[in-house]
Every structure is written in structure tokens, then in C-alpha cells.
Design a protein around this ligand. Structure first.
Ligand code: HEC
Ligand code: HEC
Ligand code: HEC
Ligand code: HEC
Ligand code: HEC
Length: 262
């Protein structure tokens, strides 16, 4: 893994953050049983730190009003750690994640004449991202709510990450006037213009001259990850790291040449 995720960062990062949240996260990390790898769980200060948005933005518009405030930012993606026996797949969810799967065939996937490994269907780990970024489901539409959640605490609205100007969409405020436009984060379901993902990495063997061979089964030593030999959203993005631009695992100018030789 990258040197970013180590104990030094643990000492440095928390200073900017709220003690109360840190305590909560520490407890959660114990719940994940991954204390040694604690920094992998740091998400605070990123745009995915949903429970902290109001405080950071200095408004009361988001958690609790535009979407339900579950009290911890992890459960918007992860299964509640206090109940490890839960399986979201039994409830129509994305296996291993606390999100639902979009309708089958919802996506137009990338294709081209020169593409060697066609994308058949997005993998679960990328469907996780799309469940918010395609703009079709509320950001608080999780399969399980955390323990102790009562529906009386439900938010008035369950807005979607969508640039639309309606009461279903964050774009109601996030239109570039009331608040920054959210449209660029809204990837939608037409993925034909985005970098392909969920395809087998063409450089797995050294036969393809256009692609570098990975440093290991995990991917590349600069932190670019492969998942079962495939490229996924999380290959290029690390959602847990608050200190990197657009959550990119390497600088944009170096990212592409990690894999592409020309
Ligand atoms: C936006 C979705 C999202 C949120 C929110 C989120 N995670 Fe994750 N988490 C992921 C993804 C995707 C992975 C697997 C990615 C990877 O390989 O780095 C992951 C992996 C992990 C891992 C395993 C890391 C490893 O190296 O195997 C831990 C621990 C973790 N998350 C903890 C947390 C904690 C604690 C929080 C809340 C503070 C949190 N996550 C919030 C998406 C999320
Ligand atoms: C629960 C909903 C949700 C999930 C799941 C989710 N995101 Fe996001 N993501 C958001 C929101 C909300 C924003 C912030 C939008 C804004 O700032 O306008 C965001 C922002 C981002 C950004 C821009 C960050 C920045 O600093 O500007 C990236 C990149 C991103 N997400 C990638 C991912 C990836 C990769 C995954 C899957 C591992 C993922 N997201 C899963 C809701 C989600
Ligand atoms: C009632 C208006 C309103 C609604 C609805 C709203 N927001 Fe916001 N949001 C704001 C304002 C105002 C800010 C601060 C100014 C800015 O960032 O442009 C903000 C800031 C943010 C930030 C940046 C926080 C930071 O610290 O960087 C994110 C991310 C965000 N909103 C996500 C969302 C998402 C996702 C939704 C829908 C689920 C949403 N907002 C709905 C008004 C709103
Ligand atoms: C091959 C690497 C790569 C893959 C795979 C990838 N991204 Fe990105 N992503 C980038 C780069 C580079 C940028 C910044 C430049 C740009 O906007 O194109 C970016 C930008 C973003 C942004 C922010 C847009 C903005 O400019 O604010 C979001 C959100 C995002 N990606 C989500 C995703 C999701 C969701 C997936 C999977 C469906 C994904 N990415 C797959 C490399 C990647
Ligand atoms: C993790 C490795 C990886 C990274 C990083 C990466 N790519 Fe790719 N890229 C691939 C793979 C694999 C393919 C599909 C190749 C195939 O199967 O033919 C691909 C396909 C493409 C294609 C489509 C080619 C075609 O034949 O249709 C373009 C364009 C592209 N990448 C540009 C970029 C750019 C620009 C960046 C940097 C922002 C980038 N890639 C980063 C692995 C990567």
C-alpha cells in the first residue's frame, strides 16, 4: 500500500477534526477489527463524510434535512459493523455493501473497436459508487440502518446526487448559485464517455505492449489497485483519504502512465 496510510498520518490528521467524531470512528474501527490498518478508515474531511457536511459547510441544509443523518459516515457505504452477520444480498442489496443495486441493464457501458477486454457488467465494488453517482437513488438509501435508528429520525427529504432542479435532487440547491453545482459529480447511467471500468486489466500478463505489468496481484506500488485483476472505480480513487485531490490515488499527470505505456 501507499505510505500515506500509516501510523504517522494517524497522528497528524485528527488534529483538524472533531474529537467527538474521532471517538466514534475509533469505536467503529475496533468494530471493523482492523485497528492496525486504522487509517484505511479515515474518511473524515472528504466529501463522503456525510454526517459532517452541515458543520463544514456552515449550513443546516444537509444531514437531517436533505438526507437522513445516521450519525456515522461509514454506514452510507459499509454494512453496520456491529452486526457482522447481516448480508445485504438477502435484501436485494449489493453483496458486502450497504447499498442497493441499480436495475439490471441500467447502464450504457464503454465500448470501442480497440478495446481488448469488453466490460460485461459493472462489478459490485463499482456498483457501490454508481449507486450514488448515477443519481438514481437517495444518498441515504442504505440497505440497513445503524442499530438504534428510528424512523422518527428520518429526514424530510431523501435527495439524490443529481443535478436536476427538483425536490428529489441535490441540484435543487447545488445548481452553482445557492451552492456549488453537483452536476459534474453526477455521472449518470450513460458511461460510454467515461474511462472503462470492471474490465480485466489488459497488462496482467506482459503480452500486451500497451500496458505495464502490475507490481503484484494487488496492483501497483504507487497505490493504484486492481480488484480480482480488474480496473474499478476504486482502482484510481481512494475514498478514505481526505488529503488527495479528487480522491485520486496518484497525481493526475502520473495516473494514466501507471498503466498505459503510450
Ligand atoms: C463512499 C463509500 C465509503 C464510505 C463512506 C466508507 N468506506 Fe470504507 N471502503 C470503501 C471501499 C470502496 C473500500 C475498498 C477500497 C479499497 O480497497 O481501498 C473500503 C474499505 C474499507 C476498509 C478496508 C481497508 C482495506 O485496506 O482493506 C476499512 C477498514 C474501511 N473501509 C473503513 C471505513 C470506515 C471506518 C468508514 C467511516 C469512517 C468508511 N470506511 C467509510 C468505501 C467506503
Ligand atoms: C452514499 C453516496 C455515495 C457513494 C456510495 C459514493 N459517493 Fe462519491 N460522492 C458522493 C457525494 C455526495 C460527493 C460530493 C458531491 C459534491 O461535492 O458536489 C461525492 C464525491 C466524489 C468524488 C469527488 C471528490 C472531491 O473531492 O471533489 C469522487 C472522486 C467520488 N465521489 C468517487 C466515488 C467512488 C470512487 C465511490 C465508490 C468507491 C463513491 N464515490 C461512492 C456520494 C457518494
Ligand atoms: C437547502 C440547500 C442544500 C441542499 C438541499 C443540499 N445542499 Fe449541500 N450545500 C449547501 C450549501 C449552501 C453548501 C455550502 C456552499 C458550497 O459548498 O457550495 C453545501 C455544501 C455541500 C458540500 C461541500 C461540503 C464541504 O465541506 O466541502 C457537499 C459535499 C454537499 N453540500 C453535498 C450535498 C448533497 C449530496 C446533497 C443532496 C443529498 C446536498 N448537499 C443538498 C446547500 C444544500
Ligand atoms: C482510470 C482511472 C479512473 C477510473 C477507473 C475512474 N475514475 Fe473517476 N476520475 C479519474 C480522474 C483522472 C478524474 C479527474 C479528471 C476528470 O474529471 O476526468 C476523475 C474524476 C471523478 C469524479 C469527479 C469529477 C469532478 O471533476 O469533480 C468523480 C465523481 C469520479 N471520478 C467518480 C468515478 C466513479 C464513480 C468511477 C467508476 C464508475 C470512476 N470515477 C472511475 C480517474 C478514474
Ligand atoms: C489501472 C490501470 C489504468 C489506469 C490508471 C488508466 N487506464 Fe486507461 N485503460 C486501462 C485499461 C485496462 C483499458 C482497456 C484496455 C483494453 O482492454 O483494450 C483502458 C482504456 C482506456 C481508453 C480507451 C481505449 C480504447 O481502446 O477504447 C482510454 C482513452 C484510456 N484508457 C485513457 C486513460 C487516461 C486518460 C488515463 C488517466 C486519467 C487512464 N486511461 C488511466 C487501464 C488504465
Amino acid at each position: 500500500m501507499t505510505t500515506r496510510i500509516n501510523n504517522n498520518t494517524l497522528a497528524i490528521k485528527p488534529r483538524r477534526r472533531r474529537a467527538v467524531t474521532l471517538a466514534g470512528v475509533a469505536a467503529l474501527l475496533v468494530g471493523f477489527g482492523l485497528v492496525a490498518n486504522a487509517l484505511a478508515g479515515t474518511l473524515l474531511g472528504t466529501k463522503h463524510d456525510f454526517t459532517g457536511l452541515n458543520q463544514r459547510a456552515g449550513v443546516v441544509a444537509m444531514p437531517g434535512l436533505a438526507f437522513s443523518d445516521f450519525g456515522t459516515s461509514c454506514v452510507y457505504c459499509h454494512l453496520p459493523p456491529e452486526r457482522p452477520e447481516l448480508d445485504s444480498a438477502d435484501n436485494g442489496g449489493n453483496p458486502g455493501w450497504n447499498r442497493f443495486i441499480p436495475a439490471q441493464g441500467a447502464y450504457d457501458l464503454y465500448d470501442s473497436r480497440t478495446l481488448d477486454n469488453k466490460v460485461r457488467a459493472p462489478s459490485p465494488i463499482s456498483l457501490l459508487c454508481l449507486s450514488c453517482h448515477d443519481g438514481t437513488m437517495g444518498v441515504d438509501m442504505t440497505v440497513f440502518k445503524p442499530d438504534g435508528w428510528e424512523s422518527s429520525k428520518d429526514a424530510a427529504m431523501h435527495l439524490r446526487l443529481n443535478g436536476g432542479d427538483d425536490l428529489m435532487s441535490c441540484g435543487k440547491c447545488h445548481n452553482g448559485r445557492v451552492a456549488h453545482s453537483i452536476a459534474i459529480k453526477h455521472i449518470g447511467t450513460d458511461l460510454t464517455n467515461d474511462h472503462p471500468f470492471s474490465m480485466t486489466y489488459a497488462g496482467l500478463t506482459d503480452k500486451d505492449q500497451d500496458f505495464r505489468t502490475p507490481d503484484g496481484h494487488y496492483g501497483f506500488d504507487n497505490g493504484i489497485k486492481l480488484y480480482d485483476g480488474k480496473v474499478e472505480c476504486a482502482t484510481c480513487h481512494n475514498v478514505h483519504d481526505p488529503d488527495i485531490t479528487l480522491l485520486l490515488r496518484d497525481r493526475a499527470d502520473r495516473l494514466c502512465e501507471t498503466c498505459h505505456i503510450k
